[in-house]
Ligand binder design. Sequence first.
Ligand SMILES: NC(=O)c1ccc[n+]([C@@H]2O[C@H](COP(=O)([O-])OP(=O)(O)OC[C@H]3O[C@@H](n4cnc5c(N)ncnc54)[C@H](O)[C@@H]3O)[C@@H](O)[C@H]2O)c1
Length: 345
Amino acid sequence: MTNEMKALVKARPEPGLWMETRPVPEIGPDDVLIRINKTGICGTDIHIWNWDDWAQRTVPVPLVTGHEFAGEIVEIGKNVEGLSIGQRCSGEGHLIGKTSRQSRSGKFHLDPETRGIGVNEPGAFAQYLRLPAFNVVSLPDAIDDEIGAILDPLGNAVHTALSFDLIGEDVLITGAGPIGIMAAAVARHVGARHVVITDINQARLDLAAQVADVVPVNVATTDLRSVYPSLKMAQGFDVGMEMSGSQQALDQMVEHMVMGGRIAMLGIPPGKSPVDWSRIVFKAITIKGVYGREIFETWYKMIAMLENGLDIRRVITHRFAVDQFVAGFDAMRSGLSGKVVLDWG
Ligand SMILES: NC(=O)c1ccc[n+]([C@@H]2O[C@H](COP(=O)([O-])OP(=O)(O)OC[C@H]3O[C@@H](n4cnc5c(N)ncnc54)[C@H](O)[C@@H]3O)[C@@H](O)[C@H]2O)c1
C-alpha cells in the first residue's frame, strides 16, 4: 500500500477546501485504517468551507475535513478484536473520552470531552481514515456504501425522531433540509398518523414529498392551520421536530403544538434568540435538545429500520467523483439539493 493519499484539506484560514497529497495516517493498537469509498457533504462542511466565525473558532488549520463516510477496513491495530480486514463499514465520527461520569455509565453520546473527526481531528474526506475500532459500525450487505456514507445525518434524524413515541401521533417537522426529510421518512416508518413538514423553500418541500409520505407546507405562502381540517386535526401537533435552526420556525412550532406537546430540537439557531417561555410553560410543553447520535443505540435502530423497508435513497440528489468536489459543494450551497455524495473509488 502506498503511504500517500489524496485528501480534502482545510489548508489555509480562508474560504475554500483544497485537494492535497497527505501521508496515510498511522494507526495505533486500538485503531483501524479504513479505505474510504463514499463520503457525504454535511452542512458543517459548508461552514468549514465558508470559514465562518464558528469554523474559525473551532477548526485547527491544516485539517483533513469530512465526517460522513463508508469504506472498508484495510488495517487493524494489534489490540482490536471482532473486526477483520475487508469488512465494509461506516462509523461514529464523535470520538469520546472514557473518564467522564456519562461515559462510564454508558451514555457515550453525552460525554463532554467529545471531539469530531473532520472538525477537531483528521477527517474522512481522504482516501484513508484512522478511526478507533470502538467507533466502527459494520455494514450489512443490505446497506450499500452510498447509504453507508449518509448514516451520520440519518442518525441525527433517527435520534431526533425516536426521542418521543410517534405511534399514531400527529408530527410537525420544521425544516425540509436533508435531515428533516429523513426524519419525516422515519416518522412514517415507525407509525406516525400524519407527518407535516414545513419549509420556505419549495424545492426542498418537493423533494420531501418524493422521499416520504408527508404533507409539505410552504409556510412562506400558506397558513399552517389550513391543513388541519383535511388531516382531521383538532388542536394541533402532538410531537414536533425542529430541524431548521430558525427562530420563526420554533415560534410557529410552539404555536401549533397541543397542550402537553413534546418537541425534539436538532436545529441549531445561529445565536441567542428570544423565546416566549410563558407560552411554553402554559402549554406544558417538553423540549429536548438533541446532539449527534446515541452511541450506539441510534446506529442499531437505523440499520434495523433500513433492513426493514426504511427507504431514504431519494434524499441523495447529487453524486460526484471526488475530483469534482467543487461542483459537489456548489450543489450543497445552492440550498436546492438533498444529500450530495462524493465517490473516492
Ligand atoms: N444537533 C446536532 O447534532 C445537529 C447535527 C446536524 C445538523 N444539525 C442542525 O440541524 C438542522 C438541519 O440540518 P440540515 O442539514 O437538514 O439543514 P439545512 O440547512 O439543509 O435545512 C434547513 C432547512 O430549514 C429551512 N427553513 C428556514 N427557515 C424556515 C422556517 N421559518 N420554517 C421552516 N423551514 C425553514 C431552510 O429553507 C432549509 O431547507 C440545521 O440547523 C443543522 O445545523 C444539528
